[in-house]
Ligand binder design. Structure first.
Ligand code: IMP
Ligand code: MG
Length: 191
């Protein structure tokens, strides 16, 4: 009874993930005209993507993790984010790469950029593994995108459903009976 039995359809295989992540790392490294970067992964969703991405990026880097949750029950304005951040490195004047698993409405990434902007980094770029264009609600665009995905709830490679399935090595869609909506949760949140 592994998590894999719950997957109805694989959208992106581990081979395609590995190949694209390698390509993305090359694009990012080439675009950063700096000798070093501070990578800010948004946990927990980006942990596997980040781990693979940074090992393909031959840049001198520091890693400075951040985690974000939406306020339960809050409606959707960008100020709803709760950001947990134990910044130990000074971002001021530094090039920063923010990494997230998926750009859905875009509110998370937008909120994180607003927050990090207060530290006055030299430049901020954003990389996301997935983007759901159909759901976008903000004007900003991520700088680097791994794959466009249809408007379906996906899991695996770090992405969860109710906390589970992050360890699936591919990106997939669950069997319908595995999505057991707890109404409060689906209304308010993710992260
Ligand atoms: P946004 O603020 O609407 O862009 O949402 C971004 C966050 O929502 C991501 O970091 C994920 O945690 C979560 N999320 C959005 N869509 C999915 C999905 O299809 N699967 C898993 N998590 C998702
Ligand atoms: Mg998340």
């Amino acid at each position: 009874m592994g998590t894999r039995d719950d997957v109805e359809r694989v959208l992106i295989s581990r081979e395609r993930l590995a190949e694209r992540v390698r390509g993305l790392a090359g694009e990012i490294a080439a675009a950063f005209g700096h000798d070093r970067v501070t990578v800010v992964p948004i946990l927990s969703g980006s942990m596997i993507f980040t781990a693979d991405l940074i090992r393909e990026m031959p840049l001198k880097m520091r890693i400075n993790i951040i985690s974000v949750s939406s306020y339960q029950g809050a409606t959707t304005v960008s100020g709803d984010l709760r950001i947990n951040h134990a910044l130990t490195d000074d971002l001021t004047g530094e090039p920063v790469l923010v990494v997230d698993d998926i750009f859905d409405t875009g509110k998370t990434l937008k909120g994180v950029l607003e927050y990090l902007g207060r530290f006055r980094p030299a430049v901020m770029r954003t990389a996301v593994l997935l983007q759901k264009k159909a759901r976008q609600q903000v004007a900003m665009e991520p700088d680097f995108v791994g794959f466009q995905v249809p408007d379906e709830f996906v899991v695996g490679y770090g992405l969860d459903y109710n906390g589970f399935y992050r360890n699936l090595p591919e990106i997939g869609v669950l069997r319908p009976e595995c999505y057991r909506p707890s109404p409060e949760k689906t209304a308010a949140g993710k992260a």
